[in-house]
Design a protein around this ligand. Structure first.
Ligand code: NAD
Length: 260
């Protein structure tokens, strides 16, 4: 695919978690596919460095997704810079271990704040601006295989991603029922090779190769996924190629969510 033509031609996207991992890969792919992107992250220096590398079609903006005021500022920065906003990719997220009783209380609060409240604030702030341009638009939220198959050692994470699935479906219905041409869908990754994954792999809980083997084994395809494999699904759902698809969740998990 060339750089001037592509699936995201004419689209302006706001991507959270755009500094590294899946969000950075999505941001890069949006530009490769002819779109423009505002990379939003708490790690503003990394987001800026990527935006500089991607050129005029990319910019970066400081955003902590827990803060609705910062969300309004990020949406305004996007429309000021690129003239409009068509796509919102809620990709920023955290994963910290913790069981229900033994886990730290602040893990629960932080996880719900970032993984669930964050996308809610984002949709609340961005939807009015997405609607005013009258063009087709899309919201893509990042869930997890864990939204479908909860895991005991990540109670808050399981709940946050399952909650986000309900929010995604509610927004899909809301837009469709109001006749607004904005779709809302979700992508559920399995274990994907990003800084988040590496924090588990090199946590010291076991030899890194054992941890890798165990994570790979949760997927019938028996390997770790790559960020680009997730990004391709996100960009498809963000694009007009998915024009009659709303309220779905799409797994990119090597078969992990259907294993017995
Ligand atoms: N990597 C995996 O194995 C995996 C599996 C399933 C789901 N996911 C989901 O994919 C998404 C991206 O994960 P990743 O692996 O790229 O993670 P990552 O940790 O590698 O990158 C996450 C990015 O989000 C940013 N971020 C964190 N908190 C933020 C906040 N409060 N406000 C703004 N930005 C914030 C970080 O600075 C970072 O740039 C997350 O929602 C995660 O839950 C990842």
């Amino acid at each position: 695919m060339g750089t001037s033509m592509g699936r995201m031609e004419g689209k302006v996207a706001l991507v959270t978690g755009g500094a590294e991992g899946i969000g950075a890969t999505v941001g890069r792919m949006i530009v490769e596919q002819g779109g423009s992107v505002m990379l939003c992250d708490v790690q503003i220096d990394k987001a800026k460095a990527l935006a500089d590398e991607l050129g005029d079609s990319a910019d970066a903006c400081q955003l902590d997704v827990r803060d609705l005021d910062q969300w309004h500022a990020a949406v305004k920065a996007t429309t000021d810079r690129f003239g409009k906003i068509n796509v919102l990719c809620n990709i920023a997220g955290i994963s910290e271990p913790g069981n229900v009783v033994d886990g730290a209380l602040d893990v629960w609060e932080r996880t719900i704040d970032i993984n669930l409240n964050g996308p809610y604030y984002g949709c609340r702030a961005a939807l009015p601006a997405m609607e005013t341009n009258g063009e087709p638009g899309a919201i893509v939220n990042i869930g997890s295989m864990i939204a479908m198959r909860a895991a005991s050692f990540v109670a808050a994470y399981s709940a946050s991603k399952a909650g986000l699935l309900g929010l995604t479906r509610s927004i899909a219905l809301d837009c469709a029922e109001r006749g607004v041409p904005i779709r809302a869908n979700m992508v559920h990754p399995g274990a994907i090779r990003t800084p988040m994954y590496n924090r588990y792999k090199f946590s010291g809980a076991d030899e890194p190769e054992n941890i890798e083997r165990d994570f790979a084994a949760t997927h019938p395809m028996n390997r770790i996924g790559e960020p680009a494999e997730v990004a391709k699904a996100v960009v498809f759902l963000a694009s007009d190629d998915a024009s009659f698809t709303t309220g779905v969740d799409f797994t990119v998990d090597g078969g992990g969510s259907i294993r017995s």
